[in-house]
Design a protein around this ligand. Structure first.
Ligand SMILES: [Zn+2]
Ligand SMILES: [Zn+2]
Length: 98
């Protein structure tokens, strides 16, 4: 199944709802609530059978950041310099607290 078709499937709809619920219906990066939330794939290794840690609930703005070229380049540069680890909460899917 191609990715666009997958995003329209019932399976993904359920998967997405679960992710939003786990995130407490707030953005896992900035904590914003009551806004349009997107479910972002942190990796595509298990497409179709994602685990909770493969996905992150993000607001529109943070989602845009994740996909923006500047942001990615910035993270890459930081990683080169001092083994900077981008957003562990999001990576490990633990958005509790803060
Ligand atoms: Zn956000
Ligand atoms: Zn995304």
């Amino acid at each position: 199944m191609d990715y666009q078709a997958y995003l329209k499937s019932e399976h993904w709809k359920r998967r997405k709802e679960r992710s939003l619920k786990l995130a407490g219906h707030k953005c896992q990066l900035c904590g914003k609530r009551y806004c349009e939330l997107h479910v972002h794939h942190l990796n595509y290794d298990r497409l179709g059978c994602e685990t909770d840690t493969d996905l992150a609930a993000l607001c529109k703005t943070c989602h845009w950041f994740f996909h923006s070229w500047i942001f990615r380049e910035m993270l890459e540069r930081l990683a080169e310099h001092d083994h900077y680890n981008p957003t562990p909460e999001v990576r490990d899917g633990q958005a509790e607290g803060k």
